[in-house]
Ligand binder design. Structure first.
Ligand code: ZN
Length: 412
């Protein structure tokens, strides 16, 4: 299936949409609004009539159902327009390396930026394809402008192919995913779909519906400060208590440095220290809430043990919930995954299902009442100067979207 995804993608990446964690506005940066407005215009240009951009920049629109399929379930597709704040995103110069043959791809603006087959095993399945990179000094922004381009291209395909049998299809483009706020102002009711698919994943065929359960624990040790010259028998140094606590956290196992796959971890992440009061922030991650809670109970136990040795010290523990494994919410709607697998197969691929060792907007949306697994968009080397995507993978993602729309409208 030949689509307009590449041509659109090459335009979208030139708009600087880097998110800003410090900003309190929504979107966090004005460049995101520029692209969101442009997308609203492009959706209108392909004939979609109900395009709306709300006060926070969220763009929503509907591809109307094919004749006679107005009662079919309404499904949705979502992508985010912002790019990671960790990397420069201005003056992105996309380069299409045609007919990849295993050669080193040297990015011209920085000769140390070289995309090598030996370091990127995913390139092995791209021979003959056209690989898009940036020029060496910026990220590319395939995360998630590849997903954005694929959704617009699929909408265009549906609008120009009346023979495709599909129900109404909702589209949303969102800001500030990279700073964890993309779901904050997403109006699930207004979106009005039974489920949605985010297009923000990696290799061809990927389907992701499992994410971490995540909490943050703030462990505060309260000591007692005096002039250190006259501290004998009186001072209780909260920094020493915190150090003792950190030393008791697992290291050889259950740490980010030693875990992968379905293993969770405890990650001492930040420390605010003084003799009087020291707070250690620990990130807790696991795929099951029960195991998350076990890890939290362990943290609490070692913190209490540390403080128990110092009668005048005290402890405060605060647990904040970040997000939950979306699998729990998605598996209540088995068709959402069944249809995704069927669509990937119908587009000629075998689905691969790997857990995300992190969270997505879909994790939050799934618990807000919109089951939202993640589909591949062809993105590789997220948040890096060596980010790349292939034109053929983008076309494949468009095909999966179109097949999904058909499958959801089939009588059953
Ligand atoms: Zn993304």
């Amino acid at each position: 299936m030949k689509t307009s995804a590449l041509e659109r993608f090459l335009r979208y990446v030139t708009v600087d949409t880097r998110a800003d964690e410090q900003a309190t506005t929504c979107p966090s940066t004005p460049g995101q609004l520029v692209l969101l407005r442009q997308l609203a215009d492009e959706l209108r240009a392909i004939g979609i009539e109900d395009v709306v951009m709300d006060e926070y920049g969220y763009v929503m629109a509907t591809v109307p159902a094919a004749a006679g399929l107005e009662a079919a379930p309404v499904i949705g597709f979502i992508a985010h327009v912002d790019t990671s704040p960790e990397m420069p995103g201005h003056d992105v110069r996309p380069i299409v390396h045609e007919r990849y043959d295993g050669r080193d791809l040297v990015l011209p603006d920085d000769c140390t930026a070289v995309l090598r087959l030996s370091e990127n095993p995913a390139l092995a399945s791209q021979f003959g394809n056209d690989i898009v990179t940036a020029s060496g000094t910026t990220l590319l922004g395939a995360d998630d402008k590849a997903g954005v381009a694929e959704i617009v291209a699929a909408a265009e395909y549906l609008m120009t192919h009346p023979e495709v049998r599909h129900g109404a299809v909702r589209i949303a483009f969102t800001p500030d995913e990279e700073v964890g706020r993309g779901a904050d102002r997403f109006d699930v009711t207004r979106f009005g779909a039974v489920c949605a698919y985010t297009l923000d994943g990696g290799s061809r065929g990927e389907l992701e519906f499992e994410s971490f359960c995540a909490d943050t624990i703030n462990v505060t040790f309260k000591g007692f400060n005096t002039h250190p010259g006259y501290a004998k028998g009186r001072m209780i140094n909260a920094i020493r208590l915190a150090a003792d606590f950190i030393a008791r956290l697992p290291r050889g196992e259950q740490s980010p440095e030693t875990t992968e796959g379905l293993e969770g971890y405890l990650h001492p992440y930040q420390i605010h220290a003084s003799v009087d009061r020291t707070t250690v922030t620990v990130l807790v991650r696991d795929f099951a809430v029960s195991r998350l809670k076990e890890k939290e109970a362990f943290v609490e136990r070692i913190a209490r043990d540390v403080v128990a040795a110092h009668p005048k010290a005290s402890l405060e523990i605060l647990v904040e919930e970040s997000y939950r494994n979306m699998r729990e919410a998605i598996e209540k709607h088995p068709r959402v995954l069944e249809h995704a697998r069927a669509a990937i197969r119908r587009a000629g691929m075998e689905p691969t299902e790997t857990p995300i060792r992190g969270g997505t907007d879909g994790s939050r949306l799934s618990f807000m009442g919109l089951p939202a697994p993640n589909l591949f968009a062809g993105e590789h080397n997220f948040h890096s100067r060596l980010e790349w995507v292939s034109a053929q993978d983008m076309d494949k993602a468009v095909e999966v979207i179109v097949r999904l729309c058909e499958i959801w409208a089939e009588p059953r």
